[in-house]
Structures are given as C-alpha cells and as structure tokens.
Write a protein that binds this ligand. Structure first.
Ligand code: PAF
Length: 316
C-alpha cells in the first residue's frame, strides 16, 4: 500500500468537536505546530520538522489562531495578517513529496475562533509564566507570555501531541513554554527549530509585511548586529564585549530605534553581560560571562513595527 493511498486530504477543523472527531481513534505518532497564521517559510520549516518526527504514517496538526490573550490594548490584534486559505495551501505543499505523494499520514488544520478557544469568555484560571517572562519581551509586553501559555497549554490538551515545535526566533517564548512543560509535567516534547532568514539575513516574521521598502532595508541592522556579536565572540570577547559590538551596529543604524540588546542565559534569561537587562543572576560578579552558551537577543522599532532577532553564541 502506498502512503498516497491511505492519505486523507487536509482536514480543516473549526470547532473543538470537529478537532476531536478528526483525532478520534488516531493512534499514529502526532506532532503539533502552533501558529497565528500568515505563514512563511519559517513556519513551513516547523511543519517539515513535524513531518520528520511523526514519519510517513503519522499525523501533523497545525493550529492557526490569532490569540487575543497575548495582545495588549493598542497592539496589532485587529490588523495582524490573516490568510487561512493560502496557509492551508502552503502547509499541504510543504507536506507533499516531489512525486506529489504526502510525507505524512494525516494533516489536520485547527483554525478556531476566539469563541471556540475561549467558550466561557476570558478564562478565569490563569498561568503565571514566572520570572523569565518579566524581562526583555516581557518588560515591553507584560501580559504577553501569560497569554501565550494559556493558549499553548489549552492547544496541547486539545491536540494531545507527542511533540510540539517552536521556532528559535521567539527564544523567550521557547524558554517560557519549555519551563511550563517541565514544571507542570506536561507530557509533550518541545522541539526547537532554527530561525529561517531571507537571503539578505532578515529573520522571517509575519510582521515583516508591515515594513516599507526603506524600513525593510533598515531592518537588516538587526541581523548585522547579531553578526557583529558573533564576530566579537569569535575574537574572544566576553558577554559584555559581545553586547557592546552588537549595540554599536544597531545604535548607528538609521531608522532603527533600539529597544534592547541583551546577553542572557538561553533558558533562565538571567543576565550575562552585566548591563541590567535580563534577570539579576544569583552570582553577582559571575554575571559577566566569559564562557559557555549565551543568547544574544535584540529588539528594535522601525516606525511602528517592532522586530526581534537573536542568536546563540558560545563564549570562551
Ligand atoms: O509564536 C506564535 O505564533 C504564538 O505565540 C503561538 C505559539 C502560536 C501562541 O499563540
């Protein structure tokens, strides 16, 4: 029997009942990719990795939901790009082999409305994402990670995957979700997937569509700053030196308003460069890292669009 012969066309589930029906009696290995839609190659990399994990008979579930709980008043909830039909086409194409046969047994796309996700309105039981969520992104967006965890845990319960894939681009989200899974003993393996970049280095993001042509060029300063940080690390700089090298590039870039340039521990988000960013480390003097793996993270505004990017670095 070929895989094509037992492949069901993508199932689009709009309600919890449709999702439950689509997953009922499905004992195949299952992975979930959670998204807010407006999918780009970075998302499709997550889908492709999900397919590799589940294998030719497995099930890939992609959720598409612009989660109101992770947007604060005044953020882009209403204007966030939405493109469900194109998203489903892109996911299906990602899961097609060269000969047109599908690489997995089943694809289920869950695209609920807010009423389906939160049938009783604002959930009364909330999750506290902990200290790592209070710095960097969490400082600018204090309610963001609690909203992310609320939807991620709910989607994990609804889709019951073995694996959940998250991009390294949202490094702090990855850390906070990983901590939730660890601390609440959620039986799901978190799989990080590398950042996908445009050929000129800009990290792919659904929000890149907001940039004007000029801002699109100016935005390259983010990846250039990371490159400067990497070069400094390769030349033997400590965390403070890496941060200074990245900040110099970003601060000099026209049209770019720096939000932060930080060097932190990739899991705990404790400060490593002694710059007052990240969480205060217990170690005092040891804050300035000279060795080991660190995360160099940057955030900047181009007009009204806020972009983030990061890279993992090994010091010493
Ligand atoms: O990374 C995202 O797109 C969102 O934060 C997520 C994980 C889908 C939760 O809404």
């Amino acid at each position: 029997m070929t895989h094509a012969s037992h492949y069901a066309a993508p199932v689009l589930a709009r309600t919890r009942e449709e999702l439950a029906a689509a997953l009922a009696c499905d004992a195949a290995p299952r992975a979930v990719v959670m998204t807010m839609g407006a999918l780009h190659q970075g998302h499709f990399d997550l889908v492709a990795e999900a397919a590799r994990r589940v294998g030719p008979d497995g099930t890939v579930v992609v959720t598409i939901f612009v989660n109101p709980l992770q947007f604060a008043a005044g953020e882009d909830l209403d204007t966030y790009p939405r493109s469900l039909e194109a998203d489903v086409v892109g996911i299906s194409a990602t899961l097609a082999r060269e000969d047109g046969t599908p690489a997995v047994g089943r694809l289920v796309v869950f695209a609920p409305t807010p009423e389906v996700m939160y049938p009783d309105g604002e959930p009364s039981v909330r999750l506290d994402p902990g200290p790592a969520a209070t710095v960097l992104e969490g400082r600018t967006r204090p309610t963001h990670f609690a909203g992310v965890l609320q939807v991620v845990l709910t989607l994990m319960h609804l889709t019951q995957p073995r694996w959940a894939l998250f991009g390294r681009k949202d490094a702090q989200q990855l850390a906070v979700v990983s901590a939730m899974v660890r601390d609440l003993a959620v039986p799901v393996e978190i799989v990080p997937v590398d950042i996908r970049r445009e050929p000129d280095g800009l990290a792919m993001s659904s929000r890149n569509v907001y940039l004007s042509a000029e801002q699109r060029q100016q935005a390259l300063a983010l990846s250039r700053a990371l490159g400067a940080g990497r070069e400094a690390a390769a030349a033997g700089a400590d965390a403070a030196g890496v941060r200074a090298a990245a900040l110099e590039v970003l601060a000099a870039a026209p049209g770019v308003e720096v939000d932060y340039v930080a060097v932190v521990d990739p899991l705990s988000f404790t400060e490593r460069a002694g710059a007052g960013l990240g969480l205060a480390p217990a170690g005092g003097e040891a804050a300035v890292a000279t060795r080991g793996e660190v995360l160099l993270a940057v955030a900047a505004r181009l007009g009204t669009t806020r972009l983030i990017d990061n890279t993992l670095l090994t010091l010493g």
